[in-house]
Design a protein around this ligand. Structure first.
Ligand SMILES: Cc1ncc(COP(=O)(O)O)c(C=O)c1O
Length: 449
């Protein structure tokens, strides 16, 4: 097997599970990429580029892995909450409901999307480190669970809940003092993190709930995102279960416990294989069971809160190469998207890979710098990636594009957000249309000076 074929075969593992190179249509020689039974080249022609595709089979497979692992390793009740911050649209909320998943929302906007998509209140959970009045109103109106970040928020909530028709239950977000190993921008569990309460503050919050008859039912922590080593969860659990034991001595029962989400994925062929979902679920389950046993606590309902490990691999970004440029030591491939639809490389050096849509078996001719059209030198999606000769007009796909791209995208340089399509058993559904100039203008006053 030539070196190039093996590189491209490894990159195929980053694409959705249904991805395959098949003989080209229309009698042309060579191979072309299909995803979910659909030809990517035809999709790019129909919907334009940049284009984001979600493969339903890949989403379903990840959901099944979570469900199966929880059934196998956690002997009490459990639930999966999809972390909507990874990517939220009505379609993904409706997909999550197919699997009986809860939806984690941050802020009134995400709550509004989940509610509009028909998620029932008992499956909407609300996070947020500085919830505005509007956020709290939306949470009280639509959510089943509000995760309280701090003592001031609890006071504001208590006032609201006094006369509210809806009475969401409350969980406390605990800051366990230990983060997972990941980029500093994605760590959240450390002592001086902006998220959550110290165990002492959480104790105070629990007393306050008791005094004010608030429905405190659970404890939550989240130590960071995109990690592969689950062991820091064990350390955090010690702290959080100690708190649960103290509260238990005061007569409170921890009905729900969530160690958040954050399990990692492989973004580049050098990161393969993908971390096993079962490894994570098994570790968490065993640590909770053992920790509760040692403290004589009944097993709580275990809520896992994954985002990227459910949706990252299902998403593929399709770009068209507009121009190729050679500078002193770099071959540049300019594509029609970049930091506006995927800010992660510029934000924290996230490393991606790419494949040509047609004829992946061509020999690599050397490294390429794949850059977007935006006015920032940091608008480089991929650096020094071995690639074959690529001509202007060709299509490239960037795998692992389902999480934290579309939810973080911007209109920088007037970029219009790309169309998003859903691929399922050979069928294509447009789930988010491409933005148009009219969308950009719709918010602008015309002062007519
Ligand atoms: C509270 C909380 N839960 C869950 C997640 C999901 O993380 P991931 O998408 O890495 O699984 C995040 C991500 O930042 C988070 O802040």
């Amino acid at each position: 097997m030539s070196e190039n074929v093996s590189v491209m075969q490894r990159r195929l593992e980053l694409l959705p599970v249904t991805a395959a190179y098949q003989p080209r249509a229309e009698g042309d020689e060579g191979l072309e990429l299909t995803i979910g039974g659909c030809r990517v080249r035809a999709l790019a022609e129909q919907f334009g580029t940049p284009l984001y595709c979600f493969d339903a089979a890949t989403l379903d497979a990840a959901a099944e892995q979570y469900r199966t692992a929880l059934r196998r390793w956690y002997p009490a009740e459990s639930a999966v909450t999809y972390a909507g911050k990874a990517y939220l649209s009505r379609a993904i909320v409706q997909w999550a409901q197919r699997h009986d998943f809860w939806i984690d929302c941050t802020g009134a906007g995400e709550i509004g999307i989940a509610a509009a998509a028909g998620a029932p209140p008992q499956r909407i959970l609300v996070h947020g480190v500085n919830k505005s009045e509007e956020d709290l109103d939306a949470a009280v109106a639509h959510a089943g669970v509000i995760v309280v970040d701090n003592l001031m928020e609890l006071q504001r909530l208590a006032l609201r809940l006094r006369n509210a028709e809806n009475q969401p239950t409350l969980w406390l977000r605990v800051r366990p003092g230990v983060a997972v190993e990941t980029h500093a921008y994605r760590q959240t569990g450390q002592e001086d993190s902006k998220f959550g309460m110290s165990p002492q503050e959480a104790l105070q919050a629990a007393r306050c709930c008791q005094e004010q008859n608030l429905l405190l039912r659970g404890l939550h922590f989240h130590q960071g995102s995109q990690f592969r080593d689950p062991s820091p969860i064990g350390l955090a659990l010690e702290t959080v279960l100690d708190l649960a034991a103290t509260l238990s001595a005061m007569g409170w029962r921890m009905e729900a416990l969530s160690p958040g989400g954050g399990w990692g994925v492989a973004y580049h062929e050098d990161d393969l294989p993908h971390p096993e979902i079962e490894t994570y679920v098994r570790f968490v389950s065993q640590a909770v069971v053992e920790g509760c046993r040692r403290r004589d606590l009944p097993l709580p309902k275990l809520h896992l809160e994954p985002g990227r490990s459910l949706v990252a691999r299902a998403g593929v970004a399709v770009y068209r190469v507009g121009a190729v440029k050679q500078t002193a030591s770099r071959r540049w491939l300019f594509i029609d998207g970049g930091m506006a639809d995927n800010p992660r490389p510029a934000l924290y050096g996230a490393r991606y890979s790419a494949l040509p849509v047609i004829d992946p078996e061509r020999s690599c001719t050397g490294p390429a710098w794949i850059a977007g059209p935006y006015c920032e030198s940091g608008d480089v999606l991929i650096e020094a990636l071995p690639m074959p000769a690529i001509a202007a007009g060709e299509l490239l796909v960037v795998p692992m594009s389902g999480a934290y791209h579309l939810s973080m995208q911007s209109n920088y340089n007037g970029a219009r957000r790309p169309a998003v399509i859903w691929l399922e058993r050979g069928n294509v559904t447009l789930i988010q249309r491409r933005e148009m100039l009219a969308d950009l203008l719709a918010r602008d006053a015309d002062l007519n000076w």
